[in-house]
Design a protein around this ligand. Structure first.
Ligand code: CMP
Length: 139
């Protein structure tokens, strides 16, 4: 089915001027970038976004990383976009990521792993709505 997923190009990637390089991998995979903006996440936005991880030992580190520099938030559209983008990103830990994936190409560590992508349709809907109004998405 035609789906939308939510993506973040994280601070480690924006710091290294890799926005375009990441977008090239996304577009080469056939996903369409139907919304995109560069923002500085607030502490509150990052805590809300990652609320599901708030009991994890790495939560504080994760939130402080996400607010440490600008990020690029995106909506990606395509056939099976959620699963397809997870394939394109590669495993969370770049040491386990397959060749050609964004994380294999660019990620520095399990925390500084260059990109985020939604894990399921319901989370995609919630994550998109946290950062985009309907009229900011042009499919
Ligand atoms: P993401 O897909 O954005 O969702 C949760 C994030 O937590 C994940 O990517 C990782 O970047 C981060 N994460 C997972 N495990 C660890 C860890 N052990 N240390 C730091 N960050 C982690």
């Amino acid at each position: 089915a035609l789906e939308r997923t939510f993506s973040i190009i994280k601070p480690d990637a924006t710091n290294r001027n890799l926005t375009g390089a990441v977008n090239a991998v996304i577009e080469k995979a056939g996903l369409r970038i139907v919304a995109q903006k560069r923002i500085r996440m607030t502490q509150e936005q990052a805590e809300t976004f990652y609320a599901v991880h708030k009991e994890r030992p790495f939560f504080g580190e994760l939130v402080s990383f996400m607010v440490s520099a600008p990020v690029v938030v995106q909506v990606l559209e395509g056939e099976n976009a959620i699963a397809k983008y997870r394939e394109v990103m590669g495993a969370t830990n770049p040491a386990n990521a397959a060749d050609g994936t964004i994380r294999k190409l660019y990620a520095l560590s399990v925390g500084e792993n260059s990109v985020h992508g939604s894990d399921a349709p319901e989370t995609a809907r919630i994550e998109i709505a946290q950062f985009f109004a309907g009229n900011e998405i042009a499919g």
